[in-house]
Design a protein around this ligand. Structure first.
Ligand SMILES: Nc1nc2c(c(=O)[nH]1)N[C@H]1C(S)=C(S)[C@@H](COP(=O)(O)O)O[C@H]1N2
Ligand SMILES: [Mo]
Length: 541
């Protein structure tokens, strides 16, 4: 049995290789399918090797994650909104699955091409691998080494593809020789063995890459070891009456594991506090940089602030309230001494995300904008920005709440834009006065009699003054308002309703401390936040 290297002419006839002619009639599968399978197995193994290399270099340098990140940043705003609309916070999983399916199809094609028209299958893999390398090396925070996982992976994929196809070739080349049927079975078994071993090896390598992914575990260990300093200024205690005790209503303080998460990061950035720093720069007289230890040595303050996402639909749950520990951004900026003409601070994250926040908002003496390091008594959870993030009462997260923040650049709205502005979202994002009905839920079984209606309302930094409920065409009835620590957080509300049997429409609206009534007109989240009264249908029996 001889194995011809790919590209060497077929010895038996000079007319070129046409495997189709060589397969004897009968139930034997055509070699194209096996070549495609070889492509999938080899590419899968190549990707596993790339993951292993990425685990050593940087998790985000993986070709799949780099490509995914590039897609996230490249897709137009409307398409991203559509994806969020369809898949909600599962949009990232859907994107990665899509990349997987496309990669699978491409891998099968590469296998087929390499079998039929060598070396075009290898060329296809090489081109895609090189493109992934370029994309990875161009990601925010990347360096040239980030190209390595893609290159190593594609090298492995091409080598494995050729090895596997050699088995396919031997298998189908033996057909017409004496004892072909026996050899056929032997060579088929051999190919399947090679493919199986390669696939199993890929799984093992992938597993090892997860274990080796030391970056994440080192950061986790660093986080576990942190003892946050006592705040120099403690938050007022949460009044007992902040929670009305109605089951099903969002608690006044949102536990960290339940806090909504929104960001463009496909994997949570793992930022080692020892390597982290924050630089205040741009149009300032005294730029400076703080290390993690510098920040912890500052007199830190605690404040309850309710964060909200501009993508939150009316009645949606992209909002949460936490006790933040941090240092006033105002004082950081004062130390840097912003120059005349500056009107924006562009905050930047390790993953390239940016937010543009009005400078005057950050400088307001009575607005507690924080460089936050603690959330509800613990270091920030990694997915909420460990080791440091911004928290700005009254502004949507996309223009203020930069997680994994490393730079505050004092600049001008005329010169720079935050991440979402060129993608169709407003440059300015004050949170809109809003309210939500949490219970009962539509579809709940409601016996006639007293039904408790309850929910939350928010007008960060202004404060909620009144919440009213309307059933069907009835009058607006004022609800009981829960206590709050101040205007920067949401407030619970409740109202006992004497419910008669039938279908009812229940609407809720809030009024803020300035006397503004929540806007009735329905508007979608884009470009600067949804409006409309949360209205649900309830059936009382
Ligand atoms: N680095 C980074 N920070 C970010 C974002 C992001 O995509 N990347 N998203 C912002 C948006 S849109 C919101 S609503 C808040 C959400 O913060 P959370 O995930 O802690 O709730 O983070 C903000 N900070
Ligand atoms: Mo957001």
């Amino acid at each position: 049995m001889t194995i011809r290297p790919p590209g060497e002419p077929e010895p038996s006839d000079g007319a070129g290789w046409d495997p189709g002619e060589r397969v004897p009639p009968g139930p034997r599968p055509r070699d194209g399918w096996w070549a495609a399978l070889a492509g999938v197995v080899a590419t899968g193994a190549g990707l596993a090797v790339a993951e292993l290399a990425a685990a050593v270099v940087d998790p985000a340098s993986s070709p799949v994650l780099a490509a995914g990140g590039a897609v996230v940043d490249a897709v137009p705003g409307w398409l991203k909104d559509l994806a969020i609309d369809w898949f909600g916070t599962a949009d990232k999983a859907v994107l990665l699955a899509t990349i997987g399916v496309v990669a699978l199809a491409g891998a099968a094609l590469a296998g087929l091409l390499e079998r039929r028209r060598p070396p075009w299958g290898a060329v296809l893999l090489g081109v895609v691998g090189a493109a992934a390398a370029v994309v990875a090396a161009g990601r925010p925070g990347a360096n040239v080494v980030w190209a390595l996982p893609s290159l190593v992976g594609v090298g492995a994929a091409v080598a494995l593809l050729r090895t596997l196809l050699r088995r396919v070739e031997t298998w189908f080349a033996e057909d017409e020789r004496p004892g072909a049927d026996r050899r056929y079975a032997v060579d088929r078994r051999r190919f399947l063995q090679w493919a199986g071993v390669t696939a199993a090896g890929a799984v093992v390598v992938l597993g090892v890459s997860r274990v080796v992914s030391a970056g994440g575990r080192a950061v986790q260990a660093a986080r576990d070891a942190i003892r946050l300093p006592r705040p120099a200024t403690t938050a007022p205690p949460v009044p007992a009456g902040a929670d009305l005790g109605v089951e099903g209503v969002a608690p006044y303080v949102t536990p960290n594991p339940e806090f909504y998460r929104i960001d463009t990061a496909l994997v949570v950035p793992q930022v080692d506090p020892a390597a982290w720093s924050l630089t205040v720069t741009g149009l300032v007289d005294e730029p400076f940089t703080l290390t993690w230890d510098d920040v912890l040595a500052l007199p830190l303050e605690e404040h309850h602030v309710t964060l909200a996402c501009v993508s939150n639909e009316v009645g949606g749950d992209l909002i949460g309230n936490a006790l933040w520990l941090g240092f006033p951004v105002r004082e950081l900026l004062a130390r840097a001494r912003p120059q005349a003409g500056a009107d924006m601070v562009l905050s930047r994250s390790t993953d390239g995300f940016t937010a543009g926040t009005p400078l005057d908002v950050l400088l307001e003496p009575d607005r507690d904008c924080l460089l936050a390091v603690g959330m509800n008594g613990e270091p920030l959870p990694p997915e909420h920005g460990f080791p440091a993030r911004l928290v700005v009462p009254g502004l949507y997260g996309y223009v203020s709440a930069t997680k994994w923040v490393t730079e505050l650049k004092v600049t001008r709205f005329a010169d720079e834009q935050g991440y979402w502005t060129p993608r169709g979202w407003s440059a300015l994002g004050p949170i809109k006065l809003s309210s939500r009905l949490d219970v009962p839920r539509p579809g709940d079984d409601l016996p006639a009699g007293t039904v408790t209606l309850a929910g939350v309302a928010w007008a960060q930094h202004t404060g909620v003054e009144r919440v009213e409920v309307r059933v069907d065409d009835g009058a607006w009835v004022a609800a009981e308002l829960a206590d709050t620590v101040g205007p920067d957080t949401w407030r619970q509300w409740r109202l006992d309703w004497d419910a008669a049997p039938g279908d009812h429409l229940v609407a809720v609206r809030a009024t803020d401390a300035d006397g503004n009534v929540q806007v009735e007109a329905q508007a979608p989240p884009a470009p600067d936040g949804a409006t409309g009264w949360h209205t649900i249908e309830l059936t009382v029996v």
